[in-house]
Design a protein around this ligand. Structure first.
Ligand code: BTN
Length: 260
């Protein structure tokens, strides 16, 4: 991967400029800096390796060279999208899923709200960050990390949830740049439908652990256990507890764990 090959791969996509780095701290940090400098909608940061990659909940996200995708897309939400700002994370998950289905014939699932699973193991993660200046939104950064080759998967003792790679699931080698293009293509296509019922349906159809028992842990709150039922139109996870009562869990500082 290099700037020239990316130039070719990204041709024709609505990406006005991109920045490529062999090594960087975090593509999200670079994208947030670029937002502050006035980056346009669709600007993209791509890196082969990250040394300070960040995940959700202040976790580390390791990106080793040559075996993963790590990129951050800058968006300036239009008015209609502002009402669905919480859907930018599932937008990333849906785009990755669509690309893995279409390009590789895989059957990814989305662990609510936005981890992409292959064979029930995590293959990709999304970290969406918004840059605000007072009450004015300067831009949204959708950071995406995908384990492409098996070497991208951290050792099991460093994982909170089992992980895999696209190549392990596909049982063949996968071209990173071609997949990057497919993900971005799918992301722009789903973006235009972010407020539609078809977006909600597409997300829910891929929902992992349907009918299975999960535990939802919320910072400072009592854990909730129940069976996964679906996703409501607000993007909350609907679960049914042991007494048959349905509870909606809003996206936020919550962890979803599969029960043994
Ligand atoms: C998670 O599952 O916790 C989210 C992981 C997000 C990782 C990506 S890699 C590209 C971008 N840059 C970062 O520092 N993080 C995101």
């Amino acid at each position: 991967m290099n700037a020239q090959s990316l130039e070719n791969v990204l041709a024709g996509l609505p990406i006005p400029h991109f920045r490529y780095f062999d090594t960087i701290g975090s593509t999200n940090d670079e994208a947030l800096r670029w937002v502050a400098e006035g980056a346009e909608d669709g600007c993209l940061v791509v890196a082969d390796q990250q040394t300070q990659g960040r995940g959700r909940f202040q976790r580390r996200w390791v990106t080793r060279p040559g075996c993963a995708l790590a990129f951050s897309l800058i968006l300036h939400p239009i008015k209609e999208e502002m009402n669905h700002i919480g859907f930018f994370s599932p937008l990333g998950a849906l785009a990755i899923s669509q690309a893995l289905e279409d390009a590789l014939g895989l059957a990814p699932q989305i662990k609510w709200p936005n981890d992409v699973l292959l064979d029930r193991q995590k293959a990709a993660g999304i970290l969406v960050e918004a840059a605000w200046l007072g009450e004015v939104l300067q831009g949204v950064v959708i950071g995406i990390g995908v384990n492409i080759a098996p070497e991208a998967v951290p050792p099991a003792d460093e994982l909170l949830f089992p992980a895999t790679s696209v190549e392990e699931a596909a049982k063949r080698t996968v071209d990173r740049e071609t997949l990057l293009r497919s993900i971005l293509q799918a992301l722009f296509a789903w973006r235009s439908q972010i407020s539609s019922e078809s977006f909600h349906q597409a997300w829910e159809q891929r929902l992992a652990f349907q009918n299975e028992w999960v535990r939802i842990e919320e910072a400072g709150g009592e854990p909730i256990t129940g069976q996964v039922v679906g996703i409501d139109t607000q993007g909350s996870l609907i679960i049914k507890n042991a007494t048959g009562k349905t509870v909606a869990v809003a996206v936020g500082d919550v962890h979803l764990r599969l029960m043994e």
